[in-house]
Design a protein around this ligand. Structure first.
Ligand SMILES: Cc1cc2nc3c(=O)[nH]c(=O)nc-3n(C[C@H](O)[C@H](O)[C@H](O)COP(=O)(O)O)c2cc1C
Ligand code: SF4
Length: 441
């Protein structure tokens, strides 16, 4: 499935800094010199947004970021100003900033869309974040294949020629693994080790790359930061909800098999983003996210406040509408198998717990389950939760529990050796080859 990396029909054309969408992605066409062509090039970027609005002082941007209420777009929605403040408190010059473009989640394409269409917004954000925390080293950490496709290396000399950057940017390739974007795995790889998570504390903002205080922000977060620096917190808050301001990029998997990236205001009804006809359930928040029955999803909006009561959260903006002819249990078993294979195998929950869970779910999905399978799943889920060095077991258990609850009817079918899926074509994207232990670097 090849996703459309466009700003979608949701986006109405509007000039940069205006009141409409898209904000991050260039408009689908280029009607005026003001907006410029959607080619991701520096000339178009400068026409649309102008030069990097440096503040001249470390810390000066942080108040605007706090007033804007910007939260991270890499999954956890953590307030950005709090990390900026923590890293800025380090001894001057010691901090490092990293833009996280690992996009390890196979169902997510929003960082790729952003880095293709608006790389300079991300790179401006990296510079502004470096200034805000007083960092003298900046790294852009991007999945290797994505680095090539987005031609990122070619953008850098042009920026140097225009003297846009005050801190040299090093691009580091991330391995194509689910965990490679977890921030302690990222810090390990950039420090010269394997991209596997490590036990915390210390958190990377205290001791990250090379033992230095490290600010890690998702690339989309950096792009929002670059816009807030230009157009201000009031402009940023003109979209979204009072508690969750702004827009976010979403990867939308429609039931007809098409996929695309759209920029949407937080608070947009899910039914405006996904066609929910002939859909049984919606996966929200990706493979560490949760399933919601389609009827319930059609009344919910894209915000953590709206999704929380349904046990879900926006995560990194992955939304997938499961076609009514697929079995949610079979789909979930494929994803859990993938998640179990993607663990770094360092901790007990991942070494034995996730493989056991994956095997039991596969047994259930296969239609000939033993009498103990649900009891085993529930017991193992309880045993692995909260026991890993990172949140991988917890995210996997969240996904598993929502599958068992939302597809409870299907579970009963399978216990009787039946399956209501009319099509066995895989729907959710899961990398074809088995994961190996060999590619952590
Ligand atoms: C298993 C796992 C995988 C993650 N993968 C990514 C990723 O690919 N990209 C990303 O930006 N953040 C990822 N994160 C979140 C990062 O650890 C970190 O919180 C984030 O990059 C911080 O940026 P933000 O605050 O701007 O979202 C992952 C977290 C976990 C637990
Ligand atoms: S919990 Fe699992 S994925 Fe996380 S560090 Fe431990 S073994 Fe690796």
């Amino acid at each position: 499935m090849s996703p459309q990396t466009a700003s979608s029909t949701l986006a109405q054309q509007s000039p940069a800094g205006g009141g409409g969408l898209p904000r991050l992605l260039p408009p689908p066409t280029s009607p005026s010199p003001f907006t410029g062509p959607a080619d991701g090039g520096l000339a178009a970027h400068l026409r649309r947004h102008g030069p990097v609005p440096y503040r001249g002082d470390a810390g000066a941007l942080i108040a605007d970021v706090r007033a804007a209420g910007l939260t991270g777009r890499g999954g956890a929605a953590f307030p950005v100003h709090r990390k900026l403040e923590a890293v800025a408190a380090a001894r001057p010059g010691r901090a490092i900033v990293v833009g996280n473009g690992a996009e390890g989640e196979p169902a997510s394409h929003k960082d790729e869309a952003l880095l293709s269409a608006a790389p300079h917004l991300v790179l401006d954000g990296l510079q502004l974040a470096a200034e805000a925390v007083g960092a003298r080293r900046a790294v852009l950490y991007v999945r290797g294949d994505l680095r090539e496709r987005t031609r990122l290396d070619a953008q850098m000399p042009e920026r140097y020629a225009h003297r846009l950057d005050r801190v040299a940017v090093e691009i580091v390739s991330a391995p194509g693994r689910f965990l490679a974007g977890e921030e302690s795995a990222l810090a390990s790889l950039i420090s010269g080790g394997p991209a596997v998570p490590r036990f915390t504390p210390p958190r990377v903002f205290e001791r990250g790359v090379g033992g230095r205080p490290t600010l890690v922000q998702n690339v989309e977060t950096l792009a929002h930061l670059a816009l807030i620096a230009r157009y201000g917190p009031g402009w940023f808050r003109a979209m979204g909800t009072p508690d969750e301001p702004g827009t976010m990029l979403c990867t939308l998997h429609q039931a007809d098999g098409s996929a695309g990236v759209a920029e949407a205001a937080i608070g947009t009804p899910l039914a405006d983003l996904l066609d929910l006809r002939e859909v049984s359930a919606v996966l929200v928040g990706g493979y560490h996210g949760a399933w919601i029955p389609a009827a319930q999803a059609s009344a919910l909006a894209l915000s953590n406040a709206a999704l929380r009561p349904a046990g879900a959260f926006t995560g990194a903006g992955v939304l997938a509408a499961l076609p009514a002819d697929r079995c949610g249990l079979v789909e979930s078993a494929r994803v859990v198998r993938y998640l179990a294979l993607e663990s770094a195998g360092q901790c007990g929950p991942c070494r034995s717990g996730l493989p056991s869970i994956a095997a039991a779910l596969a047994e259930l999905a296969g239609g000939d389950p033993g009498p103990q399978v649900l009891t085993d799943l529930s017991r193992w889920a309880g045993l692995v939760e909260g026991r890993g060095a990172c949140h991988h077991p917890d995210g996997t258990v969240r996904f598993l529990r929502s599958a068992l609850s939302v597809f409870a009817g299907e579970v009963r079918h399978h216990q009787r050796g039946r399956c209501s899926g009319a099509s066995d074509l895989p729907f959710l994207p899961v990398p074809a080859g088995p994961s190996t232990d060999a590619d952590w670097s």
